[in-house]
Design a protein around this ligand. Structure first.
Ligand code: KG4
Ligand code: ZN
Length: 360
């Protein structure tokens, strides 16, 4: 049987993205980044993000359809949350329009609408395949999922497709957010993760600065990054201009090392407690080669397979990952029942649908 063809949209933060997927196959994945708009503010400026999404959404959707060379669709999928409320709204409005008035995309019947959690998208990005059907990997349950992005740092136990248990999360800043803030402290601009990675790769471990780890003695699986950022700020303020400029690479390495130490420590702890069969990693910070290497080592130490998104443009925000997550929802018949009632959920959690279902 042919796999369902899904047109998906993500406007959760500062990328306007639309994609066409067929089951797990990514037929197109168009991403319009707003980095240049937000750069001068050192972070995402919500009102400008909304306007940019509104200006670009039609073009991005048409381009995704054109690139996929498809003119029949089985469903429309959209990110419902978590994310910036006024940014999410743009994607949801467009998805509703397409679902109810599919003539705009030359489809002649109403299309079912699927609402997807953005974090679920990051997890399912590991299952995306290119047109040749590779990679063929399958999830073995229970799987330990690690999502490390600009908005989230979470450990999630995935018991089956669509069944999640949040087992650890950040108590304050997300890891990507901390890297972004450290880059501002170092006057390196936005987003910080990629610049810090580049500088850190040239740093010398022996000449790096020691930052003490928060929650080191805590047994739970939560993360904390705001204390690390404050320590880093004080460290920078204590340096002379000369020491600062001579040690930029070592400083970047020190901060990055401290950020990732927490991730590998908590991931190892989660493996001991929950005994998963494999690890799935997603979210923008997973773009970092050092982090991937550390996580590969963690998986190897525990004899576990580990999956990362198979392509670079599936790691940071994109709609193809929403399409792949939507495919599994399609198989389970999880469609939006009343389209008029679908609203953005800026603080949506991975188990919120289950909680809503439970309370009905
Ligand atoms: O998943 P994502 O695109 O958006 C959110 O859902 O938040 O993640 C964006 C985050 C930013 O904080 C950015 O600095 C970080 O991912 N990031 C990186 C790298 N590339 C992007 N962090 C570390 N190393 C990278 N190479
Ligand atoms: Zn994201």
């Amino acid at each position: 049987m042919d796999k369902p063809i899904i047109l998906s949209i993500d406007t959760s933060c500062d990328e306007t993205s639309a994609a066409v997927t067929s089951g797990r196959l990514v037929l197109s994945n168009v991403i319009s980044s707003q980095i240049s708009i937000h750069q001068k503010y050192g972070g995402v400026y919500p009102a400008l993000a909304k306007r940019a999404h509104q200006e670009r959404i039609d073009y991005v959707v048409q381009k995704a359809i054109q690139n996929a060379k498809k003119n029949r669709f089985d469903a429309v999928a959209v990110t419902q949350g978590p994310g910036l409320a006024i940014a999410l709204e743009v994607g949801i409005k467009k998805a509703k329009q397409i679902s109810e008035n599919p003539l705009a995309i030359r489809e002649n019947h109403r299309l079912p609408l699927i609402a997807v959690n953005h974090l679920e998208g990051h997890i399912y990005s590991c299952l995306a395949q290119s047109v040749g059907g590779l990679p063929k990997r399958e999830i073995i349950f229970p799987a330990l999922c690690l999502v490390v992005s600009g908005g989230h740092t979470e450990l999630v136990l995935m018991k089956n497709h669509g069944e999640y248990q949040l087992i650890g999360e950040t108590l304050d800043d997300a890891c990507g957010e901390a890297l972004d803030k450290a880059a501002i402290i170092l006057k390196l601009g936005y987003p910080g993760g990629p610049v810090i990675e580049k500088l850190a790769s040239k740093g010398e471990a022996l000449r790096s600065y020691i930052l003490s780890q928060p929650l080191k003695d805590k047994k739970n699986l939560n993360f904390s990054y705001s204390g690390l950022k404050t320590q880093f700020l004080y460290l920078i303020q204590s340096l002379s201009q000369k020491e600062f400029s001579q040690n930029l690479q070592n400083l970047a390495l020190s901060f990055q090392t401290a950020c990732f130490e927490q991730i590998t420590r908590k991931t190892s702890q989660a493996i001991r407690v929950y005994q998963p069969k494999m690890i799935l990693c997603g979210g923008g910070v997973i773009s970092n080669k050092t982090l991937r290497k550390l996580l590969r080592q963690t998986a190897k130490n525990n004899n576990l397979p580990v999956f990362f998104p198979p392509k670079k443009n599936l790691i940071t925000d994109n709609a193809a990952m929403i399409g792949v997550a939507a495919y599994y929802k399609y198989l389970r018949g999880e469609f939006v029942k009343n389209i008029d009632l679908l609203d953005r959920e800026p603080r949506m959690t991975l188990d919120s649908h289950k909680l809503q279902a439970d309370s009905r």
